[in-house]
Design a protein around this ligand. Structure first.
Ligand SMILES: [Zn+2]
Length: 340
C-alpha cells in the first residue's frame, strides 16, 4: 500500500456572510510519496480565469520565427550525420531539429507543425500529438544508441510564455543525459526501494490503488491516467505507461495511448479557459528502479497568459517546497472522467 497522508490544518477564517465570525475553513496538507513534496489544498478556485484569454496579440506572427515553414530550413541545422542518418527527422507535419541552446548533453526540439505558427489547445489533435511524440522518441532512440554513456531520457514541453516558453510557435523538447534529472533520481530511489520492499512496481501499485477511486481518470491504450493525490501544480494529471520503463522503448501503440489522453486533457483545459501548460514524459534506463519501473507522464497548467495575471508560483512553490493548490484533486478528476 502506498501511503497517502493528509493532515487537517484546522484553519480558521472570518466568514463574510456571518459578520466576520471565525469558523473552521477547509485546509489540508498532503504529501506526495514519490517526489517528496508536500502541498496544501485550499478551498475555492482562484487561479482559473472566468473567460478565455485573448491570445491574438501574442500569437499573431510579427516577423522572424525560426520554426515557421518558410524559415525552418535556413534557421535550423541538421543533426550530425553519424548520429541521425540524413540529419533530419520528421513524422507527419512534425519536424525535429537540434536545439540551439544546450540544456542537456543531447537535446532536440520538435515543432508540432511548422505550417501553423500557433496551435490553440484545441488544435492539439491525436494526430499532431502522436506524430510529435513518435518523432521525438525516434530521435531519442538514435541518440541513445549512438552514445552508450546516456541513460536518462525525457520529452518535455512549455507552451506559451507564462509556462517558461521563449517562443510562441508550439514545440516540445527532449533531454538525453548521463545524469538523471532530480525527478528521475527520486523515481530511481523510490521505485528501487519500493521494489525491494514489495517485489512490485511503485506505479503499478499506485494505479491499482487509485483505479476507479476519486482521483481516477481513465485509460487510453496502455496508459492509465489519474490525478495525483498531492499535486505539484494546477490541474495536474499523471499518465502511467504500463510495460515500459524507458521512453526509448515506447511502442507506437503506447505513444498513441499517450496522444489520445493528452488530446482529451488539453480539450478540458481549453473548456476551462486555461491557457499555458508544462508536461514531462520521463523514464529510467532498464534495470534502474527495479523491475516494476514505468514511464511517467505529468502535465500541469500554468498561469493565464493574460497581462498581469497572477503567477502560479508564489513563495509557497518557490521557497517553501509546498505548492498551494486551490483546486481539489478529486473534483478535478471527476471533471476529466467525463471525457475519458
Ligand atoms: Zn512560427
Amino acid at each position: 500500500m502506498i501511503p497517502l497522508v493528509e493532515v487537517d490544518l484546522e484553519a480558521m477564517a472570518p466568514k463574510l456572510t456571518e459578520g466576520g465570525a471565525f469558523s473552521e475553513t477547509p485546509l489540508v496538507q498532503r504529501v506526495d510519496p514519490l517526489f517528496g513534496h508536500s502541498c496544501r489544498i485550499v478551498a475555492g478556485a482562484k487561479l482559473q480565469p472566468e473567460q478565455a484569454p485573448n491570445l491574438e496579440e501574442i500569437t499573431t506572427r510579427k516577423g522572424f520565427c525560426p520554426f515557421c515553414a518558410d524559415t525552418i530550413d535556413s534557421a535550423t541545422f541538421p543533426f550530425p550525420d553519424e548520429i541521425i542518418p540524413g540529419g533530419r527527422i520528421s513524422k507527419g507535419a512534425c519536424r525535429v531539429v537540434p536545439n540551439i541552446l544546450a540544456y542537456s548533453t543531447y537535446s532536440a526540439v520538435g515543432i508540432y507543425d511548422p505550417g501553423r505558427h500557433f496551435l490553440s489547445l484545441g488544435d492539439f489533435t491525436f494526430e499532431v500529438l502522436s506524430n510529435a511524440l513518435s518523432a521525438m522518441a525516434e530521435h531519442g532512440r538514435l541518440v541513445r544508441s549512438y552514445d552508450s554513456r546516456l541513460s536518462y531520457s525525457s520529452i518535455n514541453a512549455n507552451y506559451l510564455p507564462s509556462s517558461g516558453s521563449s517562443l510562441i510557435h508550439p514545440h516540445l523538447q527532449s533531454s538525453h543525459d548521463f545524469v538523471p534529472f532530480g525527478s528521475q533520481r527520486r523515481m530511481k530511489e523510490v521505485f528501487g526501494q519500493y521494489f525491494e520492499d514489495n517485489q512490485t512496481g511503485y506505479l503499478d501499485d499506485l494505479v491499482r490503488q487509485e483505479r476507479n477511486g476519486p482521483r481516477w481518470v481513465g485509460s487510453t491504450g496502455g496508459v492509465d491516467f489519474l490525478v495525483p493525490f498531492a499535486p505539484s501544480g494546477f490541474h495536474e494529471v499523471w499518465g502511467v505507461v504500463s510495460g515500459v520503463s524507458d521512453i526509448v522503448e515506447l511502442t507506437e501503440d503506447q505513444i498513441e495511448g499517450l496522444a489520445s489522453g493528452i488530446e482529451k486533457i488539453l480539450g478540458v483545459y481549453q473548456d476551462k479557459h486555461l491557457s499555458a501548460f508544462n508536461y514531462s514524459l520521463q523514464g529510467l534506463p532498464q534495470g534502474e528502479g527495479g523491475e516494476g519501473s514505468k514511464v511517467l507522464y505529468r502535465i500541469t497548467t500554468r498561469s493565464s497568459v493574460e497581462a498581469y495575471y497572477r503567477s502560479d508560483i508564489t513563495y509557497f512553490e518557490r521557497l517553501c517546497a509546498e505548492p498551494m493548490i486551490d483546486y481539489s484533486p478529486e473534483v478535478w478528476a471527476s471533471e476529466l472522467v467525463a471525457v475519458f
